[in-house]
Design a protein around this ligand. Structure first.
Ligand code: ADP
Length: 457
C-alpha cells in the first residue's frame, strides 16, 4: 500500500490511533486525526501531533473531514456504526483498523491470539517462549504496544506475536496470521456487538484469510470455538484440558503433552505442578501457548523452561498479600462473567468475592453454582450492583458496598484465616475508575493500607 501523499484520517486518538497517525506521517501521508474529546482533554497529545504536521479535529467529528479522505483508520474504541463512518463507507471509502494497516507493512510471520479471556496471558507467555527459543520475536497488539510500532524492527525471519480483540478484528480484510489461536468464545461486549453470534463471527475473522499452509489452534472444550473449525481452510490443531486430541496439546498423567500430527509421537512438555500460574483456566492458556509455540518451531526444552519461569501478568489473578491470615488476589482484569467464574474456580472455597462495576449486558446468574459452592459472601460495588444482587439473591450473603474501599473493609472484617478476598468483578470499570488497571491499583493500595494498619496495631 502506497501512503505517500495520501489523505488519511485517524478516528480516535488512543494509544494505537496516536501510533498510527505518527506512522502514516513518517510514510509521507497527509494525516488528520479526529476525536470526540475536547481540545482540553487532548492537551497532552495535540502539541506532538501538530509538531509532526498532523491536523487535529477535536470535540466531535465533521462529516466533511471524513469525506475528504482517501483512507480512514478507525481505533478499536470507536464503534463501526458511528454515523460518519457508516456514511463514508457507503461512499466506498476504505475504513480499516490500525491492525489491518500495520499487517500490510509487517515483515515476517504473524502469530495472532484472540478469545474472550486469556489473551494477554497467552500472548505474553507465547512471546516469552519464542524468545527463550532464540526466535526473533516482538509482542504487541491489544497487550499495549501498537502493532504499527513493531513494523520497523520486523524482518523476514521474525515473528510478531499479537493479541487481537474482536474490535480490532471487526475491521480486518487482509490480516493474515501464519498461526491463529482462538482461546475461547463466551459472552462479552454484547453491548457493542449486538449479539453473541456477531461477536463470535468477529473473532472468526482471525482466520478468514488463512490458507492450507497456515495453522489454526482451537479450544476443543469450548463449543463455539470448536465449531469454527468447519469454516477454516487452515490446518486445525486443538488444545484440551479434558480429552486427548488428534493433533495439538492436552493434559495426560499430570503433564502437558503435544502431538504434531495424527500419527506423530506424543511429546511430554511440562508437568502441571511446575506451572506457576493459578487455576485451570491458566492451564488452558499454557496449552494454547505450548501448541502455538511448538508450531512456530520452538523446541520442547525452551518451552518447558519459559513456562516454569512465567509469572501472572499484573491484574490477572495476581497475589497481593496475606493480611491477618487472609489471602488477597487482584483479578481486576476479569471484566466479564466467564473470567470471574474461572477465577472463583481457581480456589477451593472460603472466598469473599468483590463483584460489580459497569454492566455489559451480562447474566450474573451464570455464577450461581460456583457462588453456592465456593463463596462465603459477595460484596457489590458500582452501577451494576443492583442488577447483580437481583440475579444472585438468596444464594450467598450479599453486602451492598457501593465503593471498592468499603468492599475491602467489609471483606477484611468478615475474613477468617485461610479465607481469600478476591476482586474479580465480572464488569468493566468505567463507572468508577479510569480503567481496569486503575481499579486493580486502587485495590492493591487498599490491601497494602490494611497490612500497614495491621503492622501498627
Ligand atoms: P484478556 O486479555 O483476554 O482479557 P487476560 O489474560 O488479561 O485475558 O485475563 C483476563 C482475566 O480473564 C483473568 O484475570 C482471568 O480471570 C480470566 N481468564 C484468563 N484466562 C482465561 C481463560 N483461558 N478462560 C477463561 N477465563 C480466563
Amino acid at each position: 500500500m502506497e501512503l505517500k501523499g495520501k489523505k488519511v484520517l485517524v478516528v480516535g486518538l488512543g494509544k494505537s490511533g496516536l501510533a498510527a497517525a505518527l506512522f502514516l506521517r513518517r510514510r509521507g501521508a497527509q494525516v488528520t486525526v479526529s476525536d470526540m474529546r475536547s481540545a482540553a482533554a487532548l492537551a497532552k497529545e495535540i502539541p506532538a501531533l501538530l509538531e509532526h504536521g498532523i491536523s487535529v479535529e477535536s470535540g466531535g467529528h465533521g462529516l466533511l473531514t471524513f469525506r475528504r479522505q482517501d483512507l480512514i483508520i478507525v481505533s478499536p474504541g470507536v464503534p463501526m456504526d458511528t454515523p460518519e463512518l457508516v456514511q463514508v463507507k457507503a461512499f466506498g471509502l476504505p475504513v480499516i483498523g490500525e491492525l489491518e494497516l500495520a499487517a500490510q507493512f509487517l515483515k515476517g510471520s504473524i502469530l495472532a491470539i484472540t478469545g474472550s479471556n486469556g489473551k494477554t496471558t497467552t500472548t505474553a507467555l507465547t512471546g516469552e517462549i519464542l524468545a527463550a527459543a532464540g526466535i526473533e520475536t516482538q509482542v504487541g497488539g491489544n497487550i499495549g504496544v501498537p502493532v504499527v510500532d513493531l513494523i520497523e524492527k520486523s524482518s523476514d525471519t521474525s515473528w510478531s506475536v499479537l493479541e487481537v480483540s474482536s474490535f480490532q478484528l471487526e475491521s480486518t480484510h487482509l490480516f493474515h496470521p501464519r498461526i491463529a489461536v482462538i482461546l475461547n468464545i463466551t459472552p462479552d461486549h454484547l453491548d457493542r456487538h449486538g449479539s453473541f453470534e456477531n461477536y463470535a463471527l468477529a473473532k472468526e475473522r482471525i482466520f478468514t484469510v488463512q490458507t492450507a499452509v497456515d495453522m489454526l489452534v482451537l479450544n476443543a472444550d469450548n463449543p463455539r470455538t470448536a465449531e469454527a473449525a468447519a469454516r477454516s481452510t487452515a490446518q486445525v490443531y486443538w488444545f484440551s484440558l479434558e480429552n486427548g486430541v488428534s493433533q495439538g496439546a492436552w493434559v495426560q498423567d499430570g503433564q502437558i503433552v503435544f502431538r504434531p500430527s495424527d500419527n506423530g509421537a506424543i511429546e511430554p512438555i511440562v508437568a502441571l505442578k511446575d506451572i506457576p500460574l493459578k487455576g485451570a483456566h491458566n492451564v488452558e492458556n499454557v496449552l494454547a501457548a505450548v501448541c502455538a509455540a511448538r508450531l512456530a518451531g520452538a523446541p520442547v526444552e525452551a518451552i518447558a523452561k519459559a513456562v516454569q519461569a512465567f509469572r501472572a501478568v499484573e491484574h490477572r489473578l495476581e497475589f497481593v498479600a496475606t493480611v491477618n491470615g487472609v489471602d488477597y488476589y487482584n483479578d481486576s482484569k476479569a471484566t466479564n462473567v466467564d473470567a470471574a467464574a474461572k477465577a472463583v474456580a481457581a480456589f477451593p472455597g472460603c472466598i469473599h468475592l468483590i463483584l460489580g462495576g459497569k454492566d455489559k449486558n451480562s447474566n450474573y446468574a451464570d455464577l450461581s453454582d460456583l457462588l453456592r459452592k465456593r463463596v462465603k459472601a459477595v460484596y457489590t460495588i458500582g452501577s451494576a450492583a443492583e442488577k447483580i444482587e437481583s440475579q444472585i439473591r438468596g444464594l450467598v450473603p450479599i453486602v451492598h458496598c457501593e465503593t471498592l474501599d468499603k468492599a475491602v473493609a467489609a471483606a477484611a472484617k468478615a475474613g477468617h484465616p485461610g479465607d481469600v478476598v478476591l476482586l474479580s468483578p465480572a464488569c468493566s470499570s468505567f463507572d468508577q475508575f479510569e480503567n481496569y488497571e486503575h481499579r486493580g491499583r486502587v485495590f492493591k493500595q487498599l490491601v497494602m493500607d490494611l497490612r500497614d494498619a495491621q503492622g501498627r496495631s
